[in-house]
Ligand binder design. Structure first.
Ligand SMILES: [Zn+2]
Length: 330
């Protein structure tokens, strides 16, 4: 298989999540030409899970009949743990249908295509390096802030995989020894403190304690504390709500600790933040960078830009396609 895309090749990028599979046709410049989605049946058998993936790809080809003959490469991003060298999905907690499932081989057989599988944040980071805001920047740290926190490290233009493909679990870096227990079992991971889920949870807890401070936030949630979502915290903060501002300041501090550690460890040329919660936190990026002063020893941290990702909700599709033109494996 050639390692570089040439001319106007087309790829299929597939994004497998816990509730849906998105698939898109992407050209060699990273433009998404068509996309579709199908529900993911992740609670059933491995065949049922696989059928969800095929259903998304088939619906893409049904809507774009010429593409079926043109496409010889498919890239899939999925929640880990997985083995990017073999394309085997190992045991992801949110895809119980697959245990040691050879996803790449099964899709390759079905379509006579070259298939690559990788972790979603690694793939999205690669797409940003190839086609997005990180174009031409060879050392990039990519963080995705959504319901959880994921990360990808692009070093010298390639995904950094570590020994077995399990590197870059940046969401599970502990930044508070006494913090709450994360879904992974560790305490005080950045994910349990600064993901969209964590922001919303902290906002709900604080409203219960000090309702007089969060009146605008509560109004956005229709007066229901349980209906508070992270995007409402961003809106309420912009409207001047003191409680929402407090939550964002605290979140900025957590992210500054995290990124300060990352700068000291990797000194990337750029930090790219994607995902829904990153979009909401965009007005705080400058503040996060300033706060890094206390959390890294690198005196030139202000020269490292923190920028919003180019690919928003299509990060998984673009990421999958980026794997098709990556020569970063083997
Ligand atoms: Zn964790």
């Amino acid at each position: 298989m050639p390692s570089k895309a040439v001319g106007n090749d087309l790829f299929v990028g597939v994004d497998v999540g816990g509730t849906k599979v998105a698939a898109g046709i992407v050209d060699s410049r990273g433009k998404i030409l068509a996309k579709t989605r199908a529900p993911m049946n992740c609670q059933g058998t491995e065949e049922e899970g696989f059928a969800s993936v095929i259903s998304a790809i088939e619906s893409l080809f049904t809507q774009n009949t010429a593409a079926r003959r043109q496409i010889h490469r498919i890239g899939i991003c999925a929640p880990g743990p997985l083995d990017p060298r073999t394309g085997v999905i190992i045991n992801p907690p949110n895809l119980p249908c697959w245990r040691d499932f050879p996803l790449a081989d099964e899709v390759a057989k079905r379509y006579s295509a070259a298939v690559k599988v990788n972790n979603d944040a690694n793939a999205a980071g690669l797409a940003e390096y190839l086609w997005g805001v990180g174009r031409g920047v060879r050392n990039v740290f990519y963080g995705t802030l959504g319901t959880g926190i994921g990360s990808g490290i692009i070093l010298d233009g390639k995904i950094f995989h570590g020994r077995t493909g399990s590197a870059a679990e940046g969401g599970h870096v502990t930044i508070d020894l006494n913090g709450p227990v994360c879904n992974c079992g560790k305490k005080g991971c950045i994910e349990i403190l600064a993901s969209g889920t964590a922001i919303a949870r902290r906002a709900r807890e604080r409203i219960a304690q000090s309702p007089q401070l969060g009146t605008q936030l509560l109004a956005l949630a229709g007066g229901e504390v349980s209906a508070v979502r992270s995007e409402m915290v961003g809106k309420a903060a912009q409207a001047g709500d003191p409680l929402a501002k407090e939550i964002l300041a605290q979140t900025s501090e957590y992210l500054a600790i995290w990124l300060g550690n990352i700068v000291d460890l990797l000194e990337p040329e750029m930090i790219i933040l994607g995902g829904g919660a990153a979009e909401m936190l965009r007005p705080c990026f400058g503040e996060i960078q300033k706060r890094m002063k206390n959390w890294c020893v690198n005196s030139r941290y202000l020269e490292i830009p923190i920028v919003p990702a180019f690919y928003g909700e299509n990060a998984g599709i673009a990421g999958g396609a980026a794997l098709c033109i990556s020569n970063s494996l083997l």
